[in-house]
Design a protein around this ligand. Structure first.
Ligand SMILES: Nc1nc2c(ncn2[C@@H]2O[C@H](COP(=O)(O)OP(=O)(O)OP(=O)(O)O)[C@@H](O)[C@H]2O)c(=O)[nH]1
Ligand SMILES: [Mg+2]
Length: 301
C-alpha cells in the first residue's frame, strides 16, 4: 500500500444553530477546555468566540456563535451580525440541532439561511443522550429530505459521545494549507474577556427572568500584581433599571457577594493565581438598544 504523508489541513468551522442547542458545550468539549460559558438559559453566548485546536497534521479554528433568532432589539441584532460573520468566514459549518422526534420549523428556517452560503454543512444532532436510539434514524432521514448534508453525526456534547468521531469526520473537509496560529495557541481573546464572561455566567446561574438578559459586565481595571500579592480586578455589572440593581445586590448585599465569590474562584482557576475581585452595579437605561453603550460594553454596535 502506498504510504503517503497526510497533507496538513487548516480551516475555520462555524458552530451555528438555535439558542440552547449546546453549541458552546460542544466547542468546549472538542477543545477540551472551557472557551465559552454555558448555561441552561437560551442566548447565553453574545459574541463570536474563537478557539484553536491543533493536531499533528491539522488546525481547526472553531467559531462559537450566538444562537440564531429573529432579533428584537439592538443587542440581539449585533449578536446576529457576529453569528452571520462567523458563518461567512467559515470553511465548514456545523449546523447544531437537538435530537427530537422531527425537525422543528425553526431549525428548517435556519437551514435555509445556512444553505445560502454554499459551504459544506455537517448536521450535528446534539443531546443524543436525551432520546431513545430507535428515534434517531427517522430523524436523520427527515433531515436528509431537506438538504444533502456533507455528513450527519449524532453526538452528546455533554457526555462526550461521538465527539472524537465528529472531529475525525470534519478533517477531510478542511482546506489543505498552513496553520493560521502557533501550535500552542488557544484563542485570540484577551484574559479580561474571559473574566467578564465568567462573571456573566454566574449572573445567568444566580438570577431568573429578565435579569441576565438586562446585564452586561465590563472590566474597568485589571492589574497584575507583584509576586506574592493578589491581582486586582474591578468589574462593573450594568443593568437597565434601578429595580434590577436592587435584585442584583440582594438583601444586605448577599446575592452580589455570592456572585463575587463564585466568580473569583473560577477566575483564580483560569489565571492560576490569587485575585482580588471588586464588583459594583450601575444602571444604564435601555443600554441594549443604544449603540454607544453597546460599543462601550464590548459589543461592536
Ligand atoms: N442532556 C444534554 N444536555 C446538553 C448537551 N449539550 C448541552 N447541553 C445543555 O444544554 C444547555 C445549553 O448549552 P449551551 O452550550 O450553553 O448552548 P448554546 O447552544 O451555546 O446556547 P446559546 O449560547 O444560548 O446559543 C446547557 O444546560 C447544557 O448543559 C447534551 O449533549 N446533552
Ligand atoms: Mg453558547
Amino acid at each position: 500500500m502506498e504510504n503517503r504523508a497526510q497533507p496538513y489541513r487548516a480551516g475555520y468551522v462555524a458552530v451555528a444553530g438555535q439558542p440552547n442547542v449546546g453549541k458552546s458545550t460542544l466547542v468546549n468539549r472538542l477543545l477540551q477546555f472551557k472557551l465559552s460559558i454555558t448555561t441552561p438559559k437560551p442566548q447565553t453566548t453574545r459574541h463570536r468566540i474563537m478557539g484553536v485546536l491543533s493536531g499533528e497534521n491539522y488546525q481547526v479554528i472553531f467559531l462559537d456563535t450566538p444562537g440564531l433568532i429573529n432579533p428584537s432589539y439592538r443587542l440581539q441584532e449585533v449578536m446576529m451580525e457576529s453569528a452571520q460573520r462567523a458563518i461567512k468566514d467559515a470553511d465548514v459549518i456545523f449546523f447544531l440541532v437537538e435530537a427530537a422526534a422531527k425537525p422543528s420549523s425553526r431549525d428548517l428556517e435556519i437551514l435555509d439561511l445556512l444553505v445560502q452560503v454554499h459551504k459544506p454543512i455537517i448536521l450535528v444532532i446534539n443531546k443524543m443522550d436525551l432520546i431513545a436510539k430507535p428515534q434517531l434514524l427517522p430523524f436523520i432521514h427527515a433531515y436528509q429530505t431537506h438538504h444533502a448534508f456533507a455528513e450527519i453525526v449524532p453526538v452528546s456534547a455533554l457526555q462526550g459521545d461521538n465527539c472524537p468521531l465528529l472531529l475525525e469526520t470534519l478533517l477531510p473537509y478542511l482546506p489543505e494549507g498552513e496553520p493560521f496560529y502557533e501550535q500552542d495557541a488557544l484563542t485570540d481573546h484577551p484574559e479580561r474577556f474571559f473574566v467578564s464572561e465568567i462573571i456573566r455566567e454566574k449572573i445567568f446561574s444566580s438570577y431568573g427572568d429578565e435579569i441576565p438578559y438586562s446585564t452586561a459586565v465590563v472590566i474597568d481595571e485589571f492589574h497584575e500584581a507583584a509576586p506574592g500579592k493578589k491581582d486586582v480586578i474591578k468589574a462593573r455589572i450594568v443593568v437597565e433599571r434601578t429595580s434590577q440593581k436592587g435584585i442584583i445586590i440582594g438583601k444586605g448585599g448577599s446575592m452580589l457577594r455570592k456572585v463575587g465569590t463564585d466568580s473569583r474562584r473560577e477566575i483564580e482557576n483560569l489565571l492560576g493565581r490569587p485575585v482580588y475581585l471588586e464588583l459594583w452595579v450601575t444602571v444604564r437605561e435601555k443600554w441594549r438598544k443604544n449603540d454607544t453603550f453597546l460599543r462601550e460594553f464590548g459589543y461592536q454596535g
